[in-house]
Design a protein around this ligand. Sequence first.
Ligand code: AKG
Ligand code: FE2
Length: 166
Amino acid sequence: MDKIFEYLSVGLGLEKHVLKEACGGEELRLLAKINYYPPCPRPDLALGVAPHTDMSTLTLLVPNDVPGLQVFKDDHWFDAKYVPDAIIVHIGDQLEILSNGKYKSVLHRTTVNKEKVRISWPVFCEPPGELAIGPLPQLVDNENPGKYKTKKFKDYQYCKINKLPQ
Ligand SMILES: O=C(O)CCC(=O)C(=O)O
Ligand SMILES: [Fe+2]
């Protein structure tokens, strides 16, 4: 996790410690969730989870070997290939905001399977609720104005969960 934050900081032309610190440093919270998708007689009519982006900074996801995750790119849904022992890493909303849109929070959804149970174990890496997240000042200037509001993570969550404008 620390390494991924470092690489993503360098990818923005910043020193490697910057992103993790902006996300709360050692106060970063790890929230584990278990998704259980039972078999569905009509997978053509149902979704496991509806299309969404994660509110997190990063999400680390381990699925079982039943495919189902799809990501949206270039106006199409693509199946995420199942790779044994691989960890899937999503960019979440908070990294899109901090990077002022250079990194995009990935739109994804899951399908269900007719015969098999699908399970996934995501870990959401979240800033502390009281921490204000906004475009990093190093990335904002006259040519690149800030595209996102700066707000406390808990207020971002409240608006997103209640479908209020950010
Ligand atoms: O089950 C999956 O592969 C993805 C689950 C997911 O997107 C989520 O829990 O936010
Ligand atoms: Fe998700």
